[in-house]
Write a protein that binds this ligand. Structure first.
Ligand SMILES: Cc1cc2nc3c(=O)[nH]c(=O)nc-3n(C[C@H](O)[C@H](O)[C@H](O)COP(=O)(O)OP(=O)(O)OC[C@H]3O[C@@H](n4cnc5c(N)ncnc54)[C@H](O)[C@@H]3O)c2cc1C
Length: 275
């Protein structure tokens, strides 16, 4: 199927992209890698009258380390992160990219596009919440940094205003003991459930689940349920998370089935993070 008619605008700078978005308001959409938006347009799930192409804006395709902080530009592709040498501090980001679609999708799809698209099981959304990232957005009144925990409002819904665009995501501190793992029916599909774990979270690990609600879910761990010395600590934590998570029946997979996935995946992510 072909998309409905639209006008195409190629932005040369962030300022000109924001100007175009401001001019056309709700009738405009940013396009970056096009891996999600073009499909939505073909199915008429999105019908923008104006597309603002940001793919040729300089300066948004960089991965930059600044002390403990890692900056990833909005136009950095999943594959660029997969191939980057981020060292042990941020290796979790590169390792996770294998879960994002297939290679052709990873070579075009962008980090900013994934965050803005806000699929409930998108790996970048979970990683950003897990690692306390800030999502930096540019709009008519300048730039603002939004903590990832506040960025996602629901499935495919974020705090982005119509005239705002993501320019970068900032990971504030190294995460040498973090991992994300997931389960999908077929390699390359979006996950049914994903589990991301940061064992360096203090005073207990941080756990973020995808596929259990409309946004990534950060699980509040009761410190009483974490004994770092216990040989069965990862299994115990996984049991506790699986019991605590609020899951409803509905959709293609029962709550019982997804609870089982949560348990298995949390334990697996812990073991990978520790290794
Ligand atoms: C078969 C298939 C399998 C996939 N599997 C996965 C998967 O397992 N995990 C996963 O995470 N993704 C998956 N994807 C989606 C893929 O990762 C996309 O790259 C990603 O969702 C969007 O990135 P994009 O650059 O292509 O964005 P686009 O398609 O260009 O845009 C997507 C949305 O984000 C907005 N947008 C894009 N960039 C910005 C920006 N900088 N600022 C503000 N808004 C912006 C657009 O307006 C649009 O609403 C899959 C896609 C396909 C086709």
């Amino acid at each position: 199927m072909k998309p409905a008619r639209f006008a195409y605008h190629r932005a040369a700078t962030v300022a000109s992209a924001v100007e175009l978005l401001e001019e056309f308001g709700d009738d405009a959409k940013v396009i970056a890698g096009g891996q999600s938006l073009t499909a939505m347009m073909a199915f008429r799930l999105a019908r923008p009258e104006h597309l603002v192409d940001i793919a040729h804006i300089d300066g948004l395709s960089e991965i930059r380390r600044d002390g403990d902080t890692l900056h990833i530009g909005a136009l950095v592709t999943h594959h660029a992160v997969e191939r980057a040498d981020l060292g042990p501090d941020f290796a979790v980001l590169s390792r996770t990219m294998r879960w994002v679609g297939h290679l052709p999708i990873r070579t075009r799809g962008t980090v900013g596009g994934s965050l803005a698209h806000a699929d409930a099981t998108a790996e970048w959304c979970s990683l950003a919440v897990l690692l306390g990232a800030d999502i930096v957005v540019a709009g008519p009144s300048g730039r603002r940094a939004v903590p990832a925990a506040d960025f996602f409002l629901g499935p495919y819904t974020t705090v982005l205003e119509p005239a705002e665009m993501i320019v970068e995501v900032v990971f504030p501190r190294p995460a040498p003991h973090a991992a994300l793992t997931e389960f999908a029916e077929r390699q390359g599909d979006f996950a049914i459930v994903s589990a991301a774990v940061d064992l360096d979270g203090a005073p207990h690990p941080t756990v973020v689940l995808g596929g259990v609600a409309g946004t990534p879910v950060s699980v509040e761990i009761d410190p009483g349920n974490w004994d770092p010395e216990a040989p069965s600590r990862f299994g115990d934590l996984a049991d506790w998370v699986a019991a605590a998570v609020d899951l409803r029946d509905g959709g293609d997979y029962s709550a019982h089935y997804r609870r089982g996935l949560v348990r298995t995946l949390v334990q697996r992510a812990c073991e990978e993070a520790a290794a």
